[in-house]
Design a protein around this ligand. Sequence first.
Ligand code: UGA
Length: 374
Amino acid sequence: MSKHIVIVGCSGFVGHHLTEALLQHTHWLITGFDLEVGKISHLLQHPRLQFHSGDAYCHPELDKAIEQAHVVISLAALCNPSLYNTEPLRVIESNYFGPARLVEKCAKLKKWLIQFSTSEVYGKTILSQWPKASFTQPPIAQIPEQSWLLNEDTTPLIMGPVQQQRWSYASAKQLLERTVLAYHLEQDLRYTLIRPFNFLGLGMDFLPGIEGEGLPRVLANFTANLLCGKPLSLVDGGKSKRTFLCVKEATDAVINIIQNPETCQNQIFNLGNPKNEVTIETFAGLIKKAFAQVSGDDEWNAHPVQSVSSAIFYGPGYEDSDRRLPDISKAMLRFGFNPARNLDSILSEVAQYNLSLYPSSPNKSLCPSPLAIP
Ligand code: UGA
């Protein structure tokens, strides 16, 4: 049976991949909302896509679309760390007040809501706080890997102090999650919460100095640094760890969730790939290697990196999540999630795409003007 899916935030990085995947792999009808056409301009003529531009939360077509919907997917958000401590009001509005109005509408109209949250709700790991605790810390190497796993239903969420605006985003998302669960408890809202762990793929953010100005997430920064002949900036030495998931595997997972309401409704899911865990320093080496392999030019491997303090890079008061290792056993069990794409193959696709779009060679500046990257 054909389903009707509403996507709020269909033109951003995850939104456009999801819209594409839904049109390609299903026969469902999509109504998408976003501030602008953004990354879905090539899909606008598709007969199963209806697109509305503008602020979704007060759009005159929103209620009608939700009334007809089988499921509402909410993923519009400002999710760029450089904004968390510089524009916290906009961050909180876009990650809490706007989406919370949609949660209320879905509860009122009795619709299944798939709400994108973030892996950042876990904040910092408990183990990273041990040096500050009064009990004796075992050597880090002796801590079993199992203890680092972040579980949707048991792991506590550890934010920094309120004065550290970096946590404005994670706190807004955490309150949004709690609002969703409150509507479930009191008004029977059917929900699925998704916590993304660093999705990677084409079309992520924008390349600063080439496609816009500002400070996007790490993949776009490093790609622009390489193309523009600027050193890759490792924030505080690049010691933080992340796991990376191919965005296409993430969008396939969302389709599987929609197809399995009995096992996936009223659940929180981590979506990540624990096998793709690296420090950001290692990540920098891997993206250089991908550029070298794709172009056949080993000189990319010698591209400079530099350590930059987080206070200079993001501004005072920045704190980081030290490690984010997802426990994906629930997703594996409930909808067969089994991510397989390794980091080398994802980065190779990214390098291939960008080098064909913006031909460049090692240490030659492609950028017409100096980058806004510190
Ligand atoms: C961001 C969002 O805050 C999360 O909500 C989201 O889930 C996540 O991206 C994601 O892509 O899924 P974060 O992982 O901190 O979280 O985002 P990045 O900006 O990509 O930073 C990753 C790490 O690289 C951080 O340790 C950061 O300090 C570092 N970094 C970033 C660099 O060393 N150099 C850079 O040029 C950029």
